[in-house]
Design a protein. Structure first.
Lengths: 575, 425
């Protein structure tokens, strides 16, 4: 780690002069906590007992945009980087202080300042937790429509900084589709509002140029977000379809007819197969669902409406297909268990082929498709009927509403379920790529093959649009030690993302770039990176905002670790 | 110096594609994106300004441009590069007009979408590069929302391609830097646009409501019930009388004409949702012929009959009525009269189209449109009132963000050659 550019005592005094002594910390435990997010590669090091490769110099909890502006100005004068921090739920290492610096935790800025029903706009501070935001809106009869599986541990500001997506994105869009304006502290410490009728004004849309900048252009401190009326009706349905290709074709036909389901999820054969392994035949029981929904707004009786927010996942429940995969080899002592899983995951190609074949030929399950619609009552009813009819015309078999309800009950589970796999010596991660429909099956097969050379891989298709779709690959790998695991992990990402770029897909649909995908940004954007560099010079001329991320190379970068890659610790496997 | 510039341009493009407009201005028509890049490099070498010209529906901004000028016409860049009927995407060169693209799409059952047909005479590159009023559709959003990717030549002659993806999370949306930039950050050479299947069904409807306030309220009531319109227009009594005759509605009333489109059941549902919202606000059905006339005129290739509206402003949903009454009041106080219609309704608001007339010359519906000094005085009064009521005028810029725009220009175009007269002052 590079030593602080300034004397720690002086830095502390400077920071305390702005926010007072109680909201500045240089305690080792805080520095350690804020050194990372949920990037699985960092967990590999963690598991091996290694200390973080990069620590912030200090953690500060500002309470207003003005304080953030003062902190940025001060940091700029001192030449110290600033790293904005929300919920810490990122999975790409976007908050790792690779050049040191001061981490700003924005979670004390969590006011829902106003909700204007007549304009359908909420003014909200960046540090508000996603779950509290949607809950407060639900109480007032609105929704922002963003329900990522990380909703309990992510913030609104984090969503905006990474262009996040939620599970209902097919209806509501990604977050960038619902922003009326941002308040941003730029790298010069100036406070700007990007609001205004962008459609009436000349010049580029600054809102769209700051969204997704992951803290590299400035700190988003608050936002005006577009709301929708809370749904009056929800309809969920499961379907079965012969193959991934037939399933994606059915989804494409639905969307291109102008129908907008909120949830579209198609699981490939392996994912479907593992879902079917659930004890009890893959059906949730009603008692469970009621417990899940206990604190959400109650549905109107007899109207089939499901509540807006199911509760947090209970720790003792079944936890997703991966866990079930790992459980295939799980009997006996922990040592035996690890051996079994190690054996399984060390032969990914065999497992991928075998399980896929089992799923397809013996179980004859085909692929599971979950479709959900929500919204105003009358229109949603008609849209649902048209959607289901279109799916049946496309060869999908209606399984009734149970699979849909089951998915709804478990939909936030995945974000909390990585640690058991890590405990058992394996690692798990997800890769979300996207492309137009024309390239989608090429994207699926090439990325799946690329990952499948190294790890057991499954996929589902979600976040569908009239012009294309995202594919969410989940993979599990295993190696004998940390170095081996990291090598394997980097190889998976290198081969997977290169395959995505090769067939014309994008390397990220909604997780963002951070450190992990920085080395692949040039492949993604090529010469258009010069536009990003132009923006960087414009909004952050001294390069103090979250340096080393988004593939932007820090001009004064010291060697950050042994690998020396521009991408920081390991660089996610620079090609 | 200028002779050398001309010689270089002629060598790159062929003499037939370089025309001298005056001693210091040439109009060039490159036939390929690579030629655009070459033109930019040549102009850069000679320190000449590079000014894009699309369909030339707007005069180029040349104020303060005191150097040789190369006007880059996209006239020859009028090809469809790739039509992806599977993904409903179309990669087109910047000089193709909306109408030109529709000619390719229509026989295939496809369409650009329900944008106001009046804007389809413009080049697609121009539509993306320049923000002007009314480039939006209730069904598809603002025109630049249809842009999934684009190619452009930057000041240093490099060509950037922002690759099309349905959505991505790989940093800021870099294509949006070029959208609305009016050629100051780069010359757009092609765009990847989202296109649509032609709707299965279309329904029209016409209503009379007790007033503009009730009509706006009914519109937003229907939008909240998620009714998607293909077009919807609210006309105040004077405007309605102007278009449909004095008998169409009473003094102080308003007329609403609407179109819905999509799968038959949904389009009918949308029409019924609008009807029910109108009833809830005290409205009644009007002769369907009103809507048919409106729709036909909207889609006619004929130019807009009569002079264009005196001015246009936009306001958010809660401020539309306030802006309307403020403008009417100010115009009346200034001794004139106005007829107004509201259109382009979506969640972000709508556009008010205001026409000033001379009330002493006859009934407001048929009175002549104000011109000259009197028009200017009334316009000033109306603008002040509109601003005070929270309306936004088209063509402005977010002044407080201007230093950032100029800094971005300087970062990408240090010599200030890219359309230097645009987006300044």
């Amino acid at each position: 780690m590079a030593p602080p550019a300034v004397d720690p005592d002086r830095l502390r005094k400077e920071l305390e002069a702005i926010v007072g002594p109680r909201r500045v910390s240089m305690r080792p435990v805080d520095l350690d906590t804020y050194a990372r997010d949920m990037w699985p590669r960092l967990l590999l090091a963690r598991r091996a007992g290694a200390p973080p490769a990069h620590l912030p110099y200090a953690v500060v909890w500002p309470e207003s945009a003005r304080e953030v502006a003062s902190l940025v100005k001060r940091a700029r004068a001192l030449g110290v980087p600033i790293i904005p921090y929300g919920g810490g739920s990122g999975v790409c290492g976007g908050v790792v202080p690779v050049h040191g610096g001061v981490t700003l935790d924005l979670k004390r800025m969590q006011a829902l300042r106003s909700v204007r029903g007549d304009e359908l706009i909420a003014d909200v501070e960046a540090g508000l937790s996603g779950e509290r935001f949607e809950r407060d809106l639900a109480r007032r009869g609105f929704t922002f429509g963003n329900f990522p599986s990380s909703i309990y541990c992510s913030t609104v500001g984090g969503w905006l900084a990474t262009r996040a997506a939620g599970q209902l994105s097919t209806k509501y869009g990604k977050v960038e589709d619902r922003v009326a304006g941002l308040t941003v502290v730029t790298g010069t410490g100036e406070l700007i509002d990007t609001d205004g009728p962008s459609r009436a004004l000349g010049g580029p849309s600054w809102t769209q140029l700051v969204l997704g900048s992951e803290g590299t252009l400035g700190v988003i401190t608050s936002a005006r977000l577009r709301l929708a009326p809370a749904p009056q009706l929800r309809v969920f349905r499961g379907f079965e379809v012969g193959s991934v290709a037939a399933g994606t074709e059915a989804i494409r036909r639905v969307l291109q007819r102008g129908l907008r389901p909120a949830v579209v999820r198609l699981y490939d054969e392996l994912d479907t197969f593992l879902n079917s392994l659930k004890p009890g035949g893959g059906h949730g029981d009603g008692r469970d669902d009621r417990r899940q929904h206990a604190f959400a707004p109650a549905p109107l009786p007899g109207e089939g409406a499901l509540p807006v927010l199911p509760g947090p996942p209970a720790s003792d429940r079944d936890d997703g297909p991966l866990r079930r995969l790992l459980a295939l080899g799980r009997r006996g002592s922990r040592g035996l268990r690890q051996d079994a899983m190690g054996a399984l995951l060390s032969r990914p190609r065999a497992v991928n082929g075998l399980v896929g074949a089992v799923a397809e030929k013996l179980a004859r399950k085909g692929c599971r498709l979950i479709i959900g619609l929500e919204g105003a009552r009358i229109r949603t009813e008609i849209e649902a009927a048209l959607t289901f009819a279109e799916l049946e015309r496309a060869g999908c078999k209606d399984l009734g509403e149970e699979p849909g309800k089951q998915w709804l009950a478990h939909r936030y589970a995945v974000s909390y379920k990585m640690s058991p796999a890590f405990r058992d010596g394996a690692f798990v991660d997800t890769m979300e790529v996207a492309s137009s429909w024309e390239q989608l099956m090429d994207l699926y097969h090439s990325v799946r093959a690329a990952i499948g050379r190294h790890a057991v891989v499954m996929a589902h298709f979600s976040h569908a649009y009239p012009e294309g779709c995202s594919i969410y690959f989940t993979f599990a790998g295993h190696a004998d030690d940390r170095a081996g695991s990291e090598r394997l992990y980097d190889a998976i990402w290198r081969d997977g993302l290169e395959a995505a770029t090769r067939v014309g897909g994008t390397i990220s649909h909604h997780h963002g770039v951070g450190l992990l995908k920085g080395p692949y940004m040039f492949g993604e954007h090529r010469e258009a990176m010069s536009l990003l560099h132009g923006l960087k010079r414009t909004l952050d001329p001294d390069d103090i905002m979250n340096p080393g991320k988004l593939g932007l190379v820090h001009p004064h970068a010291p060697e950050v670790d042994g690998s020396g890659g521009a991408g920081g610790p390991g660089g996610g496997g620079r090609p | 110096m200028t002779a050398a510039l001309r010689a270089d341009l002629e060598q790159a493009l062929g003499a037939e594609h370089v025309a001298a407009e005056d001693a210091r201005e040439w109009r060039v028509s490159p036939g390929a994106a690579a030629e655009v890049a070459e033109v930019v490099r040549i102009a850069g070498r000679h320190g000449a300004a590079i000014i894009p010209v699309g369909s030339a529906s707007r005069a180029p901004r040349l104020r303060g441009v005191d150097r040789s000028r190369v006007m880059v016409s996209t006239r020859r860049l009028d090809q469809v590069i790739h039509l992806d009927e599977t993904s409903l995407l179309c990669h087109v060169q910047a000089g193709l007009t909306g109408l030109g693209l529709e000619k390719v799409l229509t026989p295939r059952g496809l369409s650009i979408g329900d944008y106001p047909p009046s804007l389809l005479g413009s080049t697609l590159g121009g539509l993306v590069a320049v923000r002007t009023p009314g480039k939006s559709s209730a069904r598809h959003g603002f025109f630049e929302d249809a842009v999934l990717g684009l190619s452009a030549v930057l000041a240093d002659g490099r060509t950037v391609h922002t690759r099309a993806a349905p959505r991505r999370a790989t940093g800021p949306d870099l294509a949006r830097a070029l959208c609305g930039s009016e050629g100051t950050l780069g010359l757009i050479t092609s765009v990847v646009l989202r296109i649509h299947r032609r709707p299965e069904a279309r329904f029209l409807a016409a209503f009379v409501l007790p007033g503009v306030d009730a009509a706006v309220a009914a519109t937003y009531l229907a939008l909240r019930e998620e009714a998607a319109t293909a077009g919807l227009r609210v006309l105040d009594a004077a405007e309605a009388a102007h278009w449909y005759g004095a008998a169409v509605c009473g003094d102080g009333e308003a007329v609403v004409v609407a179109a819905t489109a999509g799968p038959t059941d949904l389009a009918a549902c949308d029409r019924d949702l609008i009807t029910s919202a109108v009833r809830a606000e005290g409205g009644r059905d009007a002769d369907l012929a009103l809507a048919e006339t409106w729709w036909k005129r909207r889609h006619s290739a004929e130019p807009w009959p009569g002079p264009p509206p005196s001015f246009q402003l936009t306001a958010t949903p809660a401020r539309l009525c306030g802006a309307y009454h403020a403008v009417r009041g100010a115009v009346t106080a200034a001794g004139a009269a106005a007829r107004v219609h509201l259109s382009r309704f979506d969640a972000t608001g709508a556009v008010l189209f205001v026409t000033f007339v001379d009330p002493e010359a006859g009934p407001v519906a048929t009175a002549p449109v104000l011109t000259g000094a009197r028009e200017a005085a009334v316009r000033d009064a109306a603008l002040t009132a509109a601003r005070a009521a929270g309306g936004y005028l088209f063509g402005g810029r977010a002044r407080e963000l201007d230093p950032y725009l100029q800094a971005l220009r300087a970062a990408l175009d240090p010599d200030g050659l890219m359309n230097p007269g645009a987006l300044v002052g």
